[in-house]
Design a protein around this ligand. Structure first.
Ligand code: ADP
Ligand code: ZN
Length: 515
């Protein structure tokens, strides 16, 4: 029986990895694994997950089997281990037959302390695994096993039988995704109900959290870049086409930038990554294909051109900035059009309900009227008592006013349009727009036509969104996204129910930092 006292883990930390101290939770996690217990380790990106299985792999007899979905990163990880004098290898379908045979031989002879395997390739090893001494199983990116997570990988489902097949071998599942449902699902799927769960803090106090209305994004980005010359940053877009368009705009304005997306060849992608890592391309405009495994310490900002589909993704993406601990800026552009598009993507998928629930949480975050960090950490099950002082809401708290009259006007327009029209048309009618569609439908004759012509379009749109959030209005997402009245709306219309609205736009149009 191996016990922790026989393994001076601090010595291993120093001699093999060159560190003097553990990062938060690493020591406890490592001791749990060394005690032969199952573990679920939840740590933010950059939290030091790898060490949690690499160090026990050295301390224990036998070979650690590391299951990782990121074939592209296996080689780097193995090279890094070898550079530290640790015998390690990887096994996946991208390797030539001879190389695979050599690795299998080394494995059989017990020459490897760690073997990285793609989940798809695991069945090929099954036979040998039964005949060798295995120190532990590590399942990296363990959320991939859960359809509740944000990137389910079918190949992960076969890991369900690992524990049954190897009941005595400690298993450690690692992930940076930590909402409670996913967390519990990981334990269920891997059949490790007694696993000890370690959750490191997700707080990254050096990241400034800013959410802005999505109007005039290009101009807002150019303004931002002017004030952040020579800094490295990433802009995330939803579509390939928008990465290319935005990169072209930035280039035309004199910025060194490249677009990155899954439509490029793998050589092109590697080259762009390389250019970013060595600072020759400081700005990358990318889809979410970019960034997995990128360990660059001096990324100073991350901008979301579109709203991400869930908080997990958002958090990982902003987490790529400020890894050196120095202040970093993050900006999320929020538009209702994005929400509608993301809903369309989710609809009809097998996991529609979960995806829509996650999207809703994301939307709530974007629309939060109190400290963003509280909302963000709350999602990960962490609760802070003080406001953070480093988000847009803390810096410029929204100003409230009595919005009852505006709410009445909006509700009355929705009613007069027979709840048949989407937000855009409702606003057009309220503003008395001369738009042809309005006239085609004869809406200029409605009593509410022009009732809010004194309120600028964008403000009015903001107010309508707040009415949606307050449950006064509702969107019927299926057809054209038409607006519906809720019971609350009837109270606003007929019972003089008071409505508070926040003045968000004037404050946010100019970023807080500029003042
Ligand atoms: P994750 O997989 O959680 O994103 P990594 O395992 O890649 O994180 O580690 C993130 C960074 O932290 C790496 O550069 C790693 O070398 C470093 N690191 C890990 N453990 C320690 C430690 N105990 N002390 C200092 N740096 C560490
Ligand atoms: Zn805050």
């Amino acid at each position: 029986m191996e016990t922790t006292t026989q393994h001076p883990i601090f010595d291993l930390l120093k001699t093999h990895f060159g560190y003097d101290q553990f990062l938060p939770n690493q020591e406890e996690i490592i001791n749990n694994v060394l005690d032969q217990k199952d573990t679920i380790a939840i740590m933010p990106t950059g939290g030091g997950k790898s060490l949690c299985y690499q160090l026990p792999a050295l301390a224990l007899d036998g070979t650690a089997i590391v299951i990782s979905p990121l074939i592209a990163l296996m080689k780097d990880q193995v090279d890094a281990l070898k550079a530290n004098g640790i015998s390690a290898a990887f096994f996946n379908s991208s390797q030539p037959y001879e190389a695979q045979q050599q690795i299998l031989k080394n494995l059989q002879n017990g020459e490897l302390k760690l073997l990285y395997v793609a989940p798809e390739s695991l069945p090929q090893l099954n036979f040998i695994l039964n005949s060798i001494k295995i120190s532990l199983f590590a399942i990296d990116e363990a959320h991939c096993i859960s359809t509740w997570g944000h990137d389910f990988r079918p190949a992960y489902t076969q890991l369900k039988s690992l524990k049954e097949q190897f009941p005595k071998i400690p298993l450690i599942a690692l992930t940076a995704t930590a909402d409670r449902a996913t967390r519990e699902d990981i334990a269920n799927q891997l059949t490790i109900p007694n696993a000890k769960i370690f959750i490191a803090s997700f707080d990254r106090p050096n990241l400034y959290l800013d959410v802005r209305p999505g109007q005039n994004r290009n101009k807002q980005i150019l303004d931002f870049l002017k004030r952040h010359r020579d800094e490295n940053g990433i802009i995330y877009c939803l579509s390939r086409k928008s990465t290319e368009k935005l990169a072209a705009t930035l280039s035309a304005n004199g910025y060194r930038t490249e677009a990155y997306h899954a439509g490029l060849t793998s050589e092109e992608r590697t080259q762009i990554q390389e250019n970013f890592l060595n600072d020759s391309t400081p700005i990358i405009v990318a889809t979410i294909a970019f960034g997995m495994g990128i360990d660059k310490s001096n990324v100073r900002w991350v901008i979301h051109y579109n709203m991400p589909k869930n908080i997990d993704g958002y958090y990982q993406e902003i987490g790529r900035s400020g890894r050196d601990g120095s202040p970093a800026d993050t900006i999320l552009f929020y538009s209702f059009a994005d929400v509608i598009m993301l809903r369309k993507f989710a609809e009809g998928s097998e996991t529609e309900t979960y995806q829509l629930a996650k999207l809703e949480r994301m939307q709530q975050y974007a629309e939060a009227l109190s400290c963003r960090r509280k909302a963000l950490l709350g999602y990960f099950g962490e609760h802070i008592t003080e406001d953070c002082g480093n988000c847009d809401i803390c810096k410029t708290p929204p100003k409230y006013f009595d919005g009852t009259l505006i709410a009445q006007k909006v509700c009355s327009a929705v009613a007069r349009l027979q709840e048949q029209e989407a937000l855009g048309m409702v606003l057009d009618v309220l503003r008395g727009s001369q738009n042809a569609q309005v006239f085609d439908k004869g809406y200029q004759r409605l009593k509410t036509f022009g009732a809010a012509k004194d309120i600028p379009w964008r403000d009015l749109q903001q107010y309508a969104i707040q009415l949606l959030n307050q449950g006064v209005l509702q969107i019927y997402f299926h057809e054209n996204g038409r607006l519906l009245l809720t019971p609350l709306a009837k109270k606003v219309l007929f019972e003089e129910k008071k409505v508070r609205l926040a003045n968000l736009l004037q404050e946010k149009e100019q970023p807080a930092i500029e003042k």
